[in-house]
Design a binder for this molecule. Structure first.
Ligand code: GNR
Ligand code: NI
Length: 173
C-alpha cells in the first residue's frame, strides 16, 4: 500500500466530474487500499479518488472506532433513496484543511455500489456514515462542502486557502 498526496482547494482537479469504473479489477482494488492508507494517515473518515488526482468514481469511508476499523470500499456509488428528514453537521474536508462549516443534508440515505470484489451491494446509512457517503459522492461530481454554504463563507474559506498555499503551508501538490 502507498500514501498518496491529497490535493488542496482551490484546484480545478477538484471541480471535475469523475468517470464510472468499468469493473473493480486489481488496479481499482489497489487504488481503494492506497486511499484507505492515505485516509487513515491523514487522519480522516472518508476519501474520494479525485482528492488524490484520480478521476474515477471510487470512494472509501470508515467511521468506526480506531480499535475496530469498518472500512467501506465503494466504486460507482449511487444514491437510491434519501430520507425526508434533514440533519446539519459541522463538516470538514482533507482538501480544505482546518476549515469547517455547517452543512444540511438528508439525515439517512440508501446507496448501491460495487465492492472490492466487483459485487453489487446496497447499504442504508444514517449518522456520520450517511454524511460521509454524501460528502464523498459530492467529490465525484466536483462538489465540495463549501458549495453547500453561503457564497460569503465559501469565498472566505477559499481565499484563506489561496493565501496559505502561497505561504507554503501544505506539503501537498
Ligand atoms: O475526514 C473527514 N471528516 C469529515 C467530517 C465531517 C463531514 C465530512 C467529513 S469527510 C472528511 C474527509 C474528506 O475530506 N473526505 O472527502
Ligand atoms: Ni472531502
Amino acid at each position: 500500500m502507498a500514501r498518496l498526496p491529497i490535493i488542496i482547494a482551490p484546484d480545478p482537479r477538484l471541480a471535475r466530474k469523475a468517470a464510472a469504473v468499468e469493473r473493480v479489477d486489481a488496479e481499482v482494488r489497489r487504488l481503494m487500499d492506497d486511499m484507505l492508507e492515505t485516509m487513515y494517515a491523514a487522519p480522516g473518515v472518508g476519501l474520494a479518488a479525485p482528492q488524490v488526482g484520480v478521476l474515477k468514481r471510487v470512494i472509501v469511508v470508515d467511521v468506526g472506532p480506531k480499535d475496530q476499523p469498518q472500512p467501506h470500499r465503494m466504486a460507482n456509488p449511487e444514491i437510491l433513496w434519501v430520507s425526508d428528514e434533514d440533519a446539519s453537521f459541522n463538516e470538514g474536508c482533507l482538501s480544505l484543511p482546518e476549515h469547517y462549516a455547517d452543512v444540511v443534508r438528508p439525515r439517512a440515505v440508501k446507496v448501491c455500489y460495487l465492492d472490492q470484489d466487483n459485487e453489487i451491494r446496497e447499504l442504508q446509512a444514517e449518522g456520520l456514515l450517511a454524511i460521509c457517503i454524501q460528502h464523498e459522492i459530492d467529490h465525484l461530481d466536483g462538489v465540495l462542502f463549501v458549495d453547500h454554504v453561503s457564497a460569503l463563507k465559501r469565498n472566505m474559506i477559499l481565499r484563506k486557502l489561496v493565501k496559505a498555499k502561497k505561504q507554503g503551508a501544505f506539503e501537498t501538490v
